[in-house]
Design a protein around this ligand. Structure first.
Ligand code: GLV
Ligand code: MG
Length: 321
């Protein structure tokens, strides 16, 4: 099985689009989100699901999703809908689909089941086996406890996603405001959850994605919550409204200053470790000492900046002797 090609694509903004709503499916194509996911789960009423599967197939095949990672969120394995969601969508639009998002994942076996079903459909339909990736949503205590095994359950896994709304319900958190701190707790109530997801993602070379912020008119609030996840190292966040897209793209891209600095470190370290630069393992860049660890940190920032299409505004100059 091949490694999914989309694993490293930017996913700063992951736009949720109800699969039963042609107007939203039309509009989503024109928004600058890195990823869209067409939803058959909680944004799609049970009675609307059978038709929505076909609507999604049509929009995947006929829409213009250029530049976006195309994902469909199916229903979770505890429902009666999952297999039909996967069979209808993948048989109907497999070549125009990048990933299936599996919500409320509780254990590695649920990922393996989806992997096996995808493989059967790919073989039957003559599609490339293993190309379609899996995004696993962690939305309850069982899922969080098993997150590392989930991250390792299939080479198709590309992202681990935090689903705060379902998660808050699952652990009886005393708040109805998704993503905001519950009143009465003086620290960050999400820190442990986000860090645990991030560790599983990083240990297995996957992307970590934060879930939705439901107060769609409060862009400052969105920025603050997104900024917390970005500061920890998350790669992106869900967006539910056009007004959140630019904010997510900005928050999950490096600042121009950091991007320039990262590129400078890479060039400087390249030079100082070379024959001409004196084969040094550590060196000074202005007032800053840089070494191999600085290079690794710079690679992260520069990788995000390059993926976001940023251009540098300064260049490294070899210091005069
Ligand atoms: C998303 O699915 C959530 O539950 O927050
Ligand atoms: Mg959910």
């Amino acid at each position: 099985m091949t490694t999914p090609v989309n694993r490293l694509r930017p996913r700063r903004s992951c736009l949720a689009v109800p699969g039963s709503n042609p107007r939203f499916l039309e509009k989503a194509q024109g928004l600058p989100a890195d990823q869209v996911f067409l939803d058959l789960e909680d944004a799609c009423a049970p009675l609307a699901k059978p038709d929505a599967r076909h609507t999604i197939v049509k929009f995947l095949n006929e829409g213009d999703w250029t530049g976006k990672t195309r994902v469909v969120r199916v229903n979770d394995w505890t429902t009666e809908w999952t297999y039909r969601d996967v069979v209808t969508v993948v048989e109907g639009a497999g070549p125009n689909l990048d990933c299936i998002m599996l919500p409320k994942v509780q254990n590695a076996e649920q990922v393996v089941a989806l992997d096996l079903l995808l493989t059967q459909i790919e073989k039957t339909m003559g599609f490339e086996v293993g190309r379609i990736g899996i995004e696993a949503q962690i939305e309850n205590a069982q899922g969080l406890n098993n997150v590392n095994a989930i991250a390792q359950a299939s080479p198709r896994i590309e992202t681990i996603i935090f689903g705060p709304a379902d998660f808050m319900a699952s652990i009886n958190m005393k708040s109805l405001v998704v993503g905001e701190q519950p009143p009465g707790y003086p620290a960050d109530a999400y820190h442990y959850i986000l860090m645990k997801i991030l560790m599983a993602a990083r240990a297995n070379d996957l992307q970590a994605i934060d879930g939705p912020y439901l107060q769609i008119r409060n862009v400052d609030g969105f920025r603050e919550v997104a900024g917390r996840a970005a500061a920890l190292g998350f790669d992106g966040k869900w967006v539910l409204h056009p007004g959140q897209v630019d904010a997510a793209n900005e928050v999950f891209s490096p600042s121009q200053e950091d991007y320039d600095h990262a590129e400078l470190i890479l060039d400087a370290y390249d030079y100082y470790t070379s024959e001409a630069g004196g084969k040094k393992g550590s060196a000074m860049l202005g007032d800053e000492m840089i070494d191999e660890a600085s290079r690794k940190m710079a690679l992260v920032i520069s990788g995000k900046g390059r993926a976001a299409g940023m251009r540098r505004t300064s260049s490294f100059e070899i210091p005069e002797a």
